[in-house]
Write a protein that binds this ligand. Structure first.
Ligand code: M6R
Length: 365
């Protein structure tokens, strides 16, 4: 049942190209835009007149929402707020008509996310669920559902479902942009072409990725710091969560620009710092942050695209991902982080499929 892989998590990491392909397939038939209107579980009228989007989610699903925020705001110019569901539900939120509340939940059963969705719906908001499980409670508590089509995920650490949640947020962003006329046809067409290339690039990336040496060098460390900016920040957060949940190594993830406001004090020669240095208009700023980290003697592991030559001069190790539109790079950049966490946890002799204290579905608050 593990298809020749040593664990479910490793199998699921390797299923990511297919999972994305499945998730975007019939939604990206047109060359210049996304189609969601045909979906039985989703009426496109839900997107009309939306003034604000609020995403409620937990854990990895929250990180997918964060990535979606950058894309939706950039492409469709709709304001997007992100809320940890367990906080949102208890703070008497200001929400109602004109708001689209999106609950992102792989299982569709996370108690806090469901409660946040219900509360928003009671107050008059339109509620959309993004979930991987047909017939789950989230599908019943929402006005519409967009499914990720990742297939069953067994490993407690979310991998392929995360990638598919991010892909659905991109689809939504592109569709909203078309409806609102905020992206021209040429830009939409280019982004569609890039998005359709993602499964192929995931395969290419996975087939050449060997993180054993880096993992061996660092698996006994006591702390890892992850840094990123803009859309690289939620990638850093997701990488840090993956490592802590399966290897039990303390991690922190920070906006690179915030580093000098505190976390830089943590750094010494023994600290591995994983920097998301993917392409973006902010890359220069990320590179200066890398230099600041190096100046404290810490060990920089950078995630960068193939075209980025300069980063090699500043980081001890560079893990390369294929070049692609910068907004879409999280779909590739998270993969080495999943695998790094995986290799480290295995070297520490841990059960990655069922980490201690964690459950795949969290049905209690
Ligand atoms: O089923 P959900 O997407 O609602 O689950 C949310 C979190 O419990 C989940 O993402 C958790 O953080 C994972 N263990 C992360 O790998």
């Amino acid at each position: 049942e593990k298809g020749g892989f040593e664990t479910f998590m490793l199998k699921e990491i390797h299923e990511q190209a297919d999972a994305v392909a499945e998730t975007i397939a019939d939604r990206t038939v047109r060359t210049d835009g996304v189609d969601l209107a045909e979906e039985a579980s989703f009426d496109e009228a839900l997107l009309h007149g939306v003034r604000r989007i609020i995403v409620v989610a937990c854990g990895t699903s929250f990180h997918a929402g964060l990535i979606g925020r950058y894309a939706i705001e950039e492409w469709a110019r709709v304001p997007v707020e992100l809320e940890v569901a367990s906080e949102y539900r208890y703070r008497n939120p200001i929400v109602g008509e004109g708001d689209l509340v999106i609950g992102i939940t792989q299982s569709g059963e996370t108690a806090d996310t469901l409660a946040a969705m219900r509360l928003a719906r009671e107050r008059g908001a339109t509620v959309l669920a993004i979930t991987n499980v047909m017939g789950s409670q989230a599908t019943r508590d929402a006005d519409g559902v967009l499914y990720t089509r990742a297939g069953l995920e067994i490993g407690v650490a979310a991998t392929k479902t995360f990638i598919c949640q991010v892909a659905v947020m991109y689809l939504l962003g592109l569709r909203l942009a078309e409806l609102r006329g905020t992206l021209d046809v040429a830009t939409r067409t280019r982004l569609m072409t890039e998005l359709k290339r993602v499964p192929h690039e995931i395969d290419a990336l996975l087939s050449g990725l060997d993180l054993e040496a880096i993992a061996r060098q660092h698996y006994q460390r006591e702390f890892f710091l992850y840094l990123g900016r803009h859309v690289g920040l939620p990638v850093a957060m997701e990488g840090a969560l993956k490592l802590k949940e399966i290897s039990y190594i303390p991690t922190d993830a920070y906006a690179a620009g915030e580093m000098k406001h505190g976390p830089i004090a943590l750094l010494d020669e023994s600290t591995p710092v994983v920097c998301i240095a993917t392409d973006s208009p902010l890359l220069d700023k990320v590179v200066s942050n890398v230099q600041e980290v190096r100046a404290r003697g810490a060990h920089v592991i950078a995630i960068a695209s193939e075209g980025n030559i300069e980063i090699g001069e500043h980081a001890e190790q560079v893990i390369r991902i294929p070049a692609m539109d910068w907004m879409l790079q999280p779909l590739l950049a998270v993969i080495p982080l999943q695998l790094l966490a995986y290799r480290i946890a295995r070297l520490r002799g841990l059960n990655v499929d069922q980490p201690r204290n964690l459950a795949k579905t969290v049905t209690v608050e």
